[in-house]
Design a protein around this ligand. Structure first.
Ligand SMILES: *Cc1c(COP(=O)(O)O)cnc(C)c1O
Length: 410
């Protein structure tokens, strides 16, 4: 008998948490119930039909007509890796922008593919500087790819994907773009901006169960992958093989699709379609304004300059008189609220408040501000009880929930 297997191990019932960290976000009951539907075969005609719908729904989310648009069986990190292993051949130069943790992972991906990363650095909390990218291309005219993170979750900063893609195209390079945190939270316009390889994650603003990575590839990427001289080093992630299952003509066994997880993504995307992208973007913006008003009323300062801030990921500096870890511990233990800590050089220096997808709602914002006030007061910070809720509540009143100032989408 295995001595570590205790007799007291039974079913696992996780607590109901308010998730306001960097992901996963909360999940709507409709998405959970979709997951509990009967498992069927991955070549069942009914399932294949659902796959076609999934592809169409993802094209809407990404605002693209790309034929090769599908969910990869794996988390966002696999979506990242699938772009690099397919597009980077040994010896290829890739310009990689690092302004946070996820850009750093892109550099490692390039190196592991045998590519040569040309790193464009910006400090954490700043967006990618287009002038530096242009400069890197001028010095490296043979660079084949530009890789950058649209929404850097580690700092809460948005970079200008449209401008960066324009620069890449001026120098004849393709783009790899991380939209894990941006998709459905802020506009992502794959076709209009001419993005080539784009990956996202199921568990952030799409509010689906973790473990799937929606991806979309332009025809130029498909040509590049088909014309590779060396085979893609990864069997599982080779797009040439995956096309046999997710492509438009054939449906042959590649790997067993995570059927029930795909049902949940289908439901989450149906819900996104019902709400509409402009309304989803507006909802994230509105809740951000209220959260910001409340956090500022508590005396907290944002890490990122206002014009570059992501509404769905709010990074604020820790007040010197407060214990960063203790605040997070008590939020979780006493209030069931999860928030994010700082990563890398920002460890211990910031808190990150995510309002993504189904987590992006007034109840969460108000509860979180109330909890922070109670804790800050108890821990000896000089604050006035009630100020944060009042500021947030007034911000909600000043920004009604009708979608405003958002462009119509196709
Ligand atoms: C969360 C995240 C990832 C990784 O996604 P996982 O699903 O955790 O693998 C990649 N890039 C960014 C910007 C992210 O926020």
């Amino acid at each position: 008998m295995n001595s570590t297997l205790g007799a007291d191990i039974g079913s696992f019932y996780p607590p109901q948490r308010t998730l306001m960290g960097p992901g996963p976000s909360e999940i709507h009951p409709r998405v959970f119930s979709a997951m509990g539907r009967p498992t069927i075969g991955y070549l069942d005609p009914v399932f294949v039909n659902m796959m076609d719908e999934l592809k169409a729904l993802l094209r809407y989310a990404f605002q693209t007509e790309n034929a090769l648009t599908f969910p990869v069986s794996g988390p966002g990190s696999v979506g990242m890796e699938i772009c690099f292993v397919n597009m980077v051949s040994p010896g290829d130069k890739v310009i990689v922008c690092r302004n946070g943790v996820f850009g750093g992972r892109m550099i490692e991906n390039v190196e592991r593919c045998g590519g040569i990363p040309i790193v464009v650095e910006d400090s954490m909390g700043m967006p990618v500087d287009p002038d530096k990218v242009d400069d890197a291309f001028r010095k490296n005219r043979d660079a084949k790819i530009l890789a950058f993170v649209h929404a850097e979750t580690s700092t809460g900063v948005a970079s200008d994907a449209k401008t960066l893609a324009e620069i890449a195209h001026k120098y004849g390079a393709l783009t790899i773009v991380d939209t894990v945190t941006s998709l459905a939270g802020i506009p992502v316009r794959v076709d209009e901006w001419g993005l080539d390889a784009v990956y996202s994650g199921s568990q952030k603003c799409l509010s689906c169960t973790p473990g799937l990575s929606p991806v979309t590839f332009s025809d130029r990427v498909v040509e590049l992958v088909k014309s590779r001289k060396s085979p893609v080093q990864s069997w599982f992630m080779d797009l040439n093989l995956l096309l046999g299952y997710w492509g438009d003509t054939t449906r042959t066994y590649h790997h067993t699709a995570p059927t029930n997880a795909l049902y949940s993504l289908h439901e989450a995307l149906v819900m996104l379609r019902e709400e509409g992208l402009p309304a989803s973007w507006a909802r994230h913006e509105r809740n951000h304004k209220a959260l910001k008003a409340g956090l500022e009323a508590l005396g907290l300062k944002f890490l990122v300059e206002e014009q570059y801030r992501l509404p769905q990921m709010n990074a604020v500096r820790v007040m010197p008189e407060l214990d960063e870890k203790e605040v997070r511990r008590r939020l979780l233990e006493e209030f069931n609220i999860e928030i994010g800590a700082g990563l890398g050089t920002l460890t211990g220096k910031i808190w990150r408040f995510g309002i993504m997808g189904y987590s992006c709602k007034m109840e969460n914002v108000m509860l979180c501000l109330c909890a922070l006030e109670s804790l800050f007061d108890d821990m000896g910070a000089k604050i006035e009880i009630g100020m944060a809720e009042a500021a947030a509540y007034h911000a909600y009143a000043a920004h009604p929930s009708r979608p405003r100032n958002v462009r119509a989408v196709a």
